[in-house]
Design a protein around this ligand. Structure first.
Ligand code: GTP
Length: 220
């Protein structure tokens, strides 16, 4: 089972995105050590969970056809710096490169969740290249280890709602489906951000502001 909170921003993107050119999406994966960033990346690229992953920082690419449109994902699987300082956890280069962020924590590791909280702030305050609501999806991984949970899904849902992020709780080890949902949600948000960038906020901007006040949809 996958728990999902959809950020409001992505809800109408398919209808609004008229062009059919190839779309490129730079996705930056961030999170503490050992939370499953590489596992998530490899699952998305190959559909497999192989158990152990080297600790190499890499950018991978995968092309897909989604809704009849060619999408090229560039995925930067980052390494969390050993000597980490909340203020410098995301470099300027990363902020500029990324169109959207996947912030991963482990549901069994409270410190990794606290880091995600700080990273959300860091991105929201930083100069990411997409102005306005920079697309972020928060991922609580290792749902198969529920018996060792130290972060509740309610707490993470609250963080996602209050910071306008998507949220999924998944087990990369158990299913490919949850991983796919994460990337597709982020893609929706990136498309939405680009549409917003092109035109005035208009009705959509107003609807989003109202939603921020009145709350968002949650789907189980
Ligand atoms: N039980 C369980 N283990 C997982 C899951 N996802 C990843 N792991 C394990 O967690 C460990 C760390 O996974 P990685 O993908 O290397 O984590 P990472 O965040 O890339 O770690 P760094 O390279 O240190 O930054 C590995 O032993 C994985 O097999 C999951 O959903 N459930």
């Amino acid at each position: 089972m996958v728990i999902q909170v959809k950020s409001n921003s992505g809800s109408n993107s398919k209808a609004m995105d008229g062009t059919q050119q190839k779309l490129e999406a730079n996705v930056l994966l961030l999170g503490a050590e050992n939370v499953g960033k590489s596992a998530l990346t490899v699952r998305f690229l190959t559909r497999r969970f192989i158990g152990e992953y080297g600790n190499m920082e890499s950018i991978y690419s995968r092309s897909d056809r989604i809704d009849g449109r060619e999408i090229s994902f560039n995925i930067w699987d980052s390494l969390h710096p050993q000597k980490s300082d909340a203020d410098v956890c995301i470099s300027e280069k990363q902020l500029q490169w990324a169109d959207g962020f996947i912030l991963v924590y482990s549901i069994c590791d409270r410190a990794s969740f606290n880091l995600v909280r700080r990273q959300v702030q860091c991105i929201r305050q930083g100069k990411a290249k997409v102005p306005g609501a920079t697309p972020i999806v928060i991922v609580g991984n290792k749902r198969d280890l529920k018996h060792r949970r130290t972060v509740s899904s309610e707490e993470a849902t609250l963080l996602a709602l209050s910071s306008d992020c998507g949220f999924f709780e998944i087990s990369v080890a158990e299913t490919y489906h949850g991983v796919l949902l994460v990337f597709h949600e982020l893609l929706d948000l990136i498309r939405e951000a680009r549409t917003t960038k092109k035109g005035p906020a208009g009705l959509k901007g107003i609807v989003r502001s109202m939603s921020a006040v009145f709350g968002r949809r949650r789907t189980d």
